[in-house]
Design a protein around this ligand. Sequence first.
Ligand code: PHE
Length: 451
Amino acid sequence: MSEKTQRAVFATRIGAVATTVGSAVGLGNIWRFPYEAGTHGGGAFMLFYILFIFILGVPVLCAEYMLGRGTRKNVFGAYRVTQPKGSQWHLAGVTGILASILILSFYSVVAGWTVEYFFGSVSGALTNNPSQDLHERFAEFSGGTWRPLIWTWVFLLTNFVVLLRGVTKGIEKVSNFLTPMLFVLLVIFCINSLTMSGAKEGLEFLFRPDFSKIDSKVLLAAMGQAFFSLSLGLGCMLTYGSYFSPRTRVVRTAVTTAGLDTLVAILSGVIIFPAVFTFGMSPSAGPTLVFEVLPSIFNNLALGRVWSSLFFFLLILASLTSTISMSEISIAFFVEQLNMKRTTATIVNTSIAFVLGSLCALSFGPLSDFTIFGMTVFNLFDYVSSNILLPFGGLVVSFFVGWKINSKFIENELTNHGQDSCHVKGALTICLRYVAPIGISLIFLNTLGII
Ligand code: PHE
């Protein structure tokens, strides 16, 4: 990030919350949450997801905010100025860079599907055909070659132009205003879903944990989703924390961000699962779930075309504020560590995502048989980044802030240099020192079958 933006500060508390929520709320909530919940047993997944948001997500979010605001630097710089002399903690930033590029690649494919659906809604092609089997139509589209590729490229180019022209702030302003609108739409769709015949079954699936379904896969997936959804473990929130004003209250902001983000995910689940059971679909369809279900919902709504155009438009914007935040991570790295110009760094970032994103876009069609460890490129990137790299980044940052930073630094960040009171310092310290590092390690070990 440039020196100029580095020194910028969010003027208001709302500004700080809105921008971090802008990064957090996106396809992770509306697309990834329902599909992960659907493939991992519904209620069992939900239970652990919520638990992990609060015992791992909020503390790690606080750690990133504190490290960012206390140093006013990006992830590498933040570790550099606070780490004990001679240690190499800043190298942990490398997993964040890798994660940011992998996520940008597959995220752009899903954002590309959203763009297709937006145009389909505007033209009426998506919703004016109630008799047609909508989910077959999606399979046909996503399994093709050119359309998924082209929409992925269109999205990546839009992201590129926004980053390059430095209109990030503009987009964030617009989206600060439009995210609440997305929220209102979700509430309306929720009410609609609750009136469906499959509502009871859908809600039971999502909220009633079936304890027999809990296994290491569910735990890992719920932890990965918590990190992915909060944009944690790669330095995004740390970078945003570096823009917080000295008055911003770290813990409050973290709880608000996590609360709003979780609420959006739950709303999305409440929209999708009643519809899944009403239309006799399978909750475990995987990454395509939401795109198969949503058109059926819009089809059954009065003015469906208007609702769906508006919804997909807002979802594109929400995706863009998320991809902007993840792109900044690798761009900052290229600029500050490899001395590239910002323009070159942005081109490199987009070019890598172009190539990797194309492989992801073809994972549902021509490359669907090309698998590594039994996963398509799309699924592999999704799995490795969300379930491994992000929690690993979270483990490092919580351990670092919990054990390696002097406690005066933390005290200052939590109380805004003594101006505010903070009653949760003890609990937060316990979470950062013990709960998060040990919890994340246990889940990793459990996945590897060691415990
Ligand atoms: N949290 C974003 C979402 O839910 C995705 C994201 C992940 C953004 C990691 C930045 C970094 O859509």
